[in-house]
Design a protein around this ligand. Structure first.
Ligand code: TRP
Length: 335
């Protein structure tokens, strides 16, 4: 049976938080166990350069993200796990695709349009602080995806447009040159929770409301205690569907535990007690991986060796694909 190829990238500009874990990392690792899929996961550090000019931050984030996926049990003998910048064919393909992607298509990309609109509102020139990296971001992402003939791309809603652009670019290339690229499709987990953060909005680095995934135990307890609640007293019934504490509970608990907490809410469980139980639930799911994470963070040489091995495997695919692309567009050998 042909395996289905799944690919996704993680931009290396932050520390993984509970929202990333529940919404992306946990489902991706679980899916990679499936014998019928072949997973490609990578550290999107060229993408990091688009929004971050702090080398130390990118380096540290790369280490944290790699350590996180390994600590959570990603099997790197099965999944191909690599760093984008180790695959030299990616920037190479990006250029070839740039020469095939319509500028008008890029003008419509959300991230670029948002930057232009923000400039407009601030009375700045439309191009103020817009780099070619930001403008070309969807082409780089298309290269990531098309390089490995990936079929399914698990992403958040904000990335659907980019996967569609990759599909457009692939179609155009296939039509103009040779049928080389598989047309990718975005998959947005419908049942995957979008976790809420400390203030009740979507947990996101840009809202500064995150709970880092591998906080030491004491700090994790403190962070959970900071989740915003209302002023209802112990004994007063509480609405689970209006509660961040309950929503986070649901993302970690079994259906039975969730049903039990739902009735505890109806029976007026105290916020302090609900948070204490939430801490214990999350802590028990993460404690072992956290120990492993701490150990890995002290052993960057090991992480590096895993990434280099992953790159070697990835390059078995990218080198031959790039060879075909070079031939197809006429920049390969002359005979
Ligand atoms: N741009 C994606 C994000 O910010 C990360 C990413 C880069 C990606 N390349 C990719 C995701 C290719 C899926 C496929 O989330």
């Amino acid at each position: 049976m042909e395996k289905q190829r799944v690919l996704t990238g993680i931009t290396t500009t932050g520390t993984p938080h509970l929202g990333n874990y529940v919404g992306a990392i946990r489902p991706a690792i679980a899916a990679s166990e499936d014998e019928s899929v072949e997973s490609f996961f990578f550290l999107a550090n060229y993408h990091a350069l688009i929004k971050c000019s702090d080398p130390q931050l990118i380096r540290e984030s790369s280490k944290q993200i790699a350590a996180t996926w390994l600590a959570l049990g990603l099997n790197t003998d099965k999944a191909v796990f690599y760093r984008q910048s180790d695959i030299h064919e990616i920037p190479e393909l990006t250029w070839v695709l740039c020469c095939n992607a319509a500028k008008g298509l890029m003008n419509r990309a959300h991230a670029y349009k948002a930057a232009v609109q923000a400039n407009d509102e601030a009375g700045e020139d439309a191009d103020f602080a817009v780099t070619m990296g930001l403008f070309s971001y969807p082409v780089l992402m298309a290269a990531d995806i098309l390089m490995f003939n990936a079929e399914k791309i698990p992403v958040g809603r904000d990335q659907i447009q980019h996967v569609e652009m990759a599909r457009d670019i692939a179609q155009r290339f296939n039509h103009n040159f040779a049928e080389i690229f598989t047309l990718p499709e975005a998959v947005v987990g419908e049942d995957v929770a979008i976790l809420r953060g400390l203030d009740g909005r979507k947990m996101s680095k840009s809202y500064n409301n995150t709970i880092p995934l591998f906080l030491p135990e004491k700090q994790l307890r403190k962070a959970i205690n900071k989740i915003k609640t209302n002023l209802l007293e112990p004994g007063e019934p509480k609405d689970p569907d209006d509660s961040t504490v309950f929503q986070v509970w649901e993302a970690f608990a079994s259906p039975q535990e969730t049903a039990r907490m739902r009735s505890d809410f109806a029976n007026g469980i105290a916020w302090g007690e609900a948070k204490k139980q939430l801490f214990e639930l999350i802590n028990s799911e993460l404690a072992q991986a956290r120990d492993e994470y701490m150990r890995l963070m002290e052993d960057p040489g090991y992480i590096e060796s895993v990434l280099l091995k992953g790159a070697e495997r990835a390059r078995e695919h990218s080198a031959s694909l790039m060879h075909r692309v070079r031939e197809a567009v006429g920049i390969g050998a002359i005979c």
